[in-house]
Design a protein around this ligand. Sequence first.
Ligand SMILES: Nc1nc2c(ncn2[C@@H]2O[C@H](COP(=O)(O)OP(=O)(O)OP(=O)(O)O)[C@@H](O)[C@H]2O)c(=O)[nH]1
Length: 310
Amino acid sequence: MPSPDQTSNTVDFETARKQLLAASQAAKHSKRPLTLADLYRQLNLRLQTSLEIDRLLEMFFTDIQGVLPFAALLYRHEETDLQLTLGSPAAAHTASYRLHYEAEELGEIILQDTQRIDDHRLNQLEALLGCLLFPLRNALTYRRAVQASLRDQLTGAGNRSAMNQALAREIELARRHGHPLSLIMLDLDHFKDLNDSHGHRGGDEALQRVVSRLKRQLRNVDMLFRYGGEEFLVLLSNTDAKDAALVGERLRAAVDQHPFEIDGQPVHLSISLGSATYRAPETLEQLLQRADAALYRAKRSGRNQLSIAL
Ligand SMILES: Nc1nc2c(ncn2[C@@H]2O[C@H](COP(=O)(O)OP(=O)(O)OP(=O)(O)O)[C@@H](O)[C@H]2O)c(=O)[nH]1
């Protein structure tokens, strides 16, 4: 009896991606003008090749220009903190869509143009948006998973793993380009007493409220991480020692100024902070040690204050 054929091959992602892109280019380079059906096929192939939302929307926006030109595409998805703008926003005429997959919110997409968008264009656009739904859903699932793996679940601040990645990246940039880089270590004062008087749940609530107050004081580019129980680190890229001291003092005052409502009761909290600014060629560990020593001095000098690293 002949033995059954056995084939064992590998399909690697990069080769498959190139093939999909090549297949999608074939229609683009044919002599006849691209039809809506060609574009539909092309998009269905191309949009399979990425899990990055900005890349997907860029492909979508670029590809539709040949058949269905628009001046701009805006996209927002609040849950994952995402906002993108492609092209030149021109508010004159807009078509906006809330995208859904069953009960799942996939964000809002807005197409803008200087020309009126008639029903025929709207119908064409809606057909093409259909190509975007599944790739977008996959990309959002991926984005949520990446975000969850980098965030502290209780407070929403970056977790230790996110902190290590960001520190390594920022130190490298500071070394290479000579940009100033500062960090602030901060720690809640007498937090053990709060846990003792309001219970662990009250302590958790306090951590959440402090983080949300700190975030309001920071710019988008500043990064806040929880690196221990009640210890946090703020990474200030492109910030020198003088500006880091201003940020530190602003954070201290924001916590100290008004009591927090914990379990329905007003509770006064304060933080101690230590700031350090990168000095080439020191290592990341040395920079962290200097910030830590400064924080220790702030605690020893009476708490609720900022100390600047020597
Ligand atoms: N509720 C809550 N408490 C935590 C968490 N992580 C750490 N802690 C508590 O934080 C407290 C830290 O206490 P200490 O290190 O003595 O510091 P402290 O009381 O803030 O004193 P100083 O830092 O010297 O001002 C401990 O009681 C920990 O149990 C958490 O996730 N939730």
